[in-house]
Design a protein around this ligand. Structure first.
Ligand code: ATP
Length: 642
């Protein structure tokens, strides 16, 4: 069994995992604000028990008495105790705030999350409705509601919550859009979790900060609006105790007794301030947390067309990709993959090689049905175990993903949601793919961690992702990927982010898992060493096309495409100490700049005029060998035949 280096501590990521509530309470401002709000809410809730007087009782012998031992905050013009009225008035004021905030969350939360996560038509409709709601004059609507519902403050607060929801909905949508790009959200989808599970477990927690901030600011505004309405006598009629009503009473005698305004005015101001400050504290704490979280955004790039291909999909293959083309959406679609084709047999490891921007990741994502939102398959077929899968809807694809086809990425740490313990993350996938729950799911999670050779899996299951090393994180990602016993594992540069020793360990692990389970692997890599180590076949991609397919054992000695040859020569393994690496001059053309004819011609020393005249056909060189090169005979020394 291989041993793993101890994880290096990552203080920054540590902060990302401390609970939001705990972080707020740890900050002095947060603690003061929360303490104030808790005391206020408790005092108002317990008003019937703790208020010294009946809020309506008039003590005509002590009218406008000012603070005293009997009346701590004094009395009003009718001799009513101000403290008792404040406590009782707070009940209706805070209840009104609660009603408005709950309504706000009920409307904005699901709509914003779904609009951001699902996008498409739902998003467009939700955004249009939000715009309409935002343009509605709030005060007029509130006055109308109050007059229709007989001055019912509850109706007014519910209406205010609905009207305010469009702002929060947009904020949540934005946060969900960002969360959707997180690798751990993609990883959860790859593991076969349903949309609801992904939203609730992974997207919602990411939006939590934004939600609390907006809700507390909204609470502050609501309190202001509600006080204004009761001040104008649009709420519960006198003599009911309301904060706004107390301000109105005090305002009418302000010239004779200014003190009467102080208790209600200070309470309202402090409460509005506390709600506002709470939002600020949560914003600061969230900013620290997200700055500390691992950078895991998926790179998005902007990226034109041509063709060639091979006949029918091979039916005896586990995976058969034929003439697969992918393009961006929009008025001027841009082709990113052009008639890509290859096969993978059961239990085979195929290396997908090429420089950055060749289309390797796009190919892998097309196979697993998770193309970026702005891209779609425009032609071709992906046949998995005899069945075409390219037209499957997301629901049907989810049944395949995680169970029959799984994927691991080059950023294992970013693929693990920092808010959950390792055991919980693995058990979540087990629940999704095996349908087992509770202790059984946990036991299977431990078994999987043991299968990927993690020493002391029980202890590791209790750790958070930031508490383990990159190599161990990749093992955890592999454990999650093999939970559904997939027949095909797509590994997108699984060792790129790891140091050399750990790389070798992970490759050994993949090889042994593959042998134990007869699992096929599509290994996306830049590294010829990795190809030599684990692959049986290699598919070389360049500028969105497959330019060569060869058995791994042959390609090193007899590359059948000048690009493959250049890639091999530029590989560090082929460079002796003290020699300069023979870098390939130029760079891979972006999809906007794909030339007519051979896309590698401008960088190729064998290129001749014919190479740039038209689409280059794929040539069958020998059993299992294909090349998209007109000069392949010259390259192979005249050995190649049609
Ligand atoms: N969402 C997208 N929208 C438009 N173009 C994209 C998008 N994603 C990738 N591309 C473009 O598609 C081409 C292929 O990208 P892909 O990520 O598949 O390359 P790759 O070979 O995997 O590179 P790397 O090794 O750097 O990951 C690139 O030109 C890239 O800029």
């Amino acid at each position: 069994m291989t041993t793993l280096p101890e994880p290096a501590p990552r203080p920054a990521a540590n902060a990302a995992n401390t609970g939001l509530v705990r972080s707020v309470l740890r900050s002095p401002r947060g603690a003061i604000v929360v303490a104030f709000l808790v005391v206020l809410i408790l005092a108002c809730a317990l008003a019937p028990l703790i208020a010294p007087y009946d809020p309506l009782a008039q003590h005509l012998s002590a009218v406008r008495s000012g603070p005293s031992g009997s009346y701590w905050l004094g009395t009003d013009s009718l001799g009513r105790d101000l403290l008792s009225r404040l406590l009782h008035g707070g009940r209706s004021s805070l209840l009104g705030v609660l009603e408005a905030v709950v309504t706000l969350l009920i409307v904005a939360l699901p709509t914003g999350l779904l609009a951001g996560y699902l996008g498409g038509t739902f998003d467009r409709i939700a955004m249009r409705v939000a715009e309409v709601v935002m343009s509605v004059p709030v005060v007029i609507i509130l006055l109308a509601v109050l007059s229709i519902f007989n001055h019912s403050m509850t109706s007014a607060m519910i209406a205010f919550g609905v009207l305010g929801s469009s702002g929060l909905m947009r904020v949540i949508r934005g946060a969900a859009l960002t969360a959707r790009e997180e690798l751990y959200v993609t990883a959860a989808e790859l593991m076969g979790l349903s949309r609801l599970q992904v939203v609730v477990r992974h997207v919602l927690p990411r939006c939590r900060g934004a939600i609390i901030i907006q809700a507390s600011l909204f609470a502050a505004v609501t309190l202001g609006v509600q006080t204004g309405l009761t001040f104008l006598s649009l709420g519960p009629p006198p003599p009911a105790a309301t904060w706004g009503g107390m301000v109105a009473d005090a305002a009418s005698v302000f010239n004779q007794d200014a003190w009467m305004l102080v208790p209600p005015g200070a309470t309202i101001a402090l409460t509005v301030l506390a709600f506002g400050l709470l939002g600020d504290v949560v914003r600061d704490v969230s900013a620290e947390k997200y700055a500390a979280a691992p950078a895991s955004r998926r790179k998005r790039r902007t990226g034109t067309p041509e063709t060639a291909g091979r006949p029918e999909p091979a039916t005896d293959m586990l995976l058969s990709v034929r003439d697969l083309s992918v393009a961006t959406d929009g008025e001027r679609p841009l082709t990113l993959l052009d008639a890509v084709g290859f096969d993978i047999a059961a239990g085979e490891t195929v290396g997908l090689v090429g420089e950055s921007g060749s289309g390797k990741t796009m190919t892998a994502r097309a196979v697993i049905g998770l193309l970026p939102g702005n891209c779609r398959i425009t032609s071709g077929r992906v046949v998995f175990d005899g069945s075409p899968v390219q037209d499957l809807d997301q629901r049907a694809f989810r049944k395949l993903r995680g169970r029959r086809i799984a994927m691991i990425s080059q950023e294992p740490m970013a693929a693990l949601d920092p808010s959950f313990r390792i055991g919980s993350l693995v058990a979540e996938v087990v629940r999704a793919v095996d349908g087992i729950k509770g202790k059984a799911a946990h036991a299977r999670a431990i078994e999987l961690l043991r299968m990927v050779e993690i020493p002391d899996p029980e202890a590791v299951a209790r750790r958070f992702p930031h508490q383990i090393s990159g190599g161990m994180a990749q093992r955890v990602a592999i454990a999650m990927a093999i939970a559904g016993r997939p027949e095909l594992l797509i590994a997108d540069e699984p060792t790129t982010a790891l140091d050399v020793t750990v790389q070798a360990e992970i490759l050994d692990l993949l090889r042994s898992l593959q042998q134990q389970n007869n699992m096929a692997i599509l290994l996306v890599t830049h590294d010829w060493g990795v190809v030599a180590d684990v692959c049986t076949k290699v598919v070389v991609m360049y500028a969105g096309q497959v330019v060569e397919t060869a058995p791994a054992g042959e390609v090193f000695d007899r590359p059948a495409h000048p690009y493959t040859r250049s890639l091999l020569l530029s590989s560090p393994e082929n460079t002796h100490v003290g020699e300069r690496i023979q870098a390939i001059p130029g760079s891979v053309p972006t999809p906007q700049r794909w030339p007519a004819g051979c896309r590698f011609a401008s960088r190729c020393d064998l290129a001749q005029p014919g190479c740039t005249e038209g689409a280059i056909p794929v040539k069958d060189i020998s059993e299992g060998r294909l090349s998209r090169c007109l000069r392949v005979d010259t390259l192979l020394g005249g050995e190649a035949r049609r």
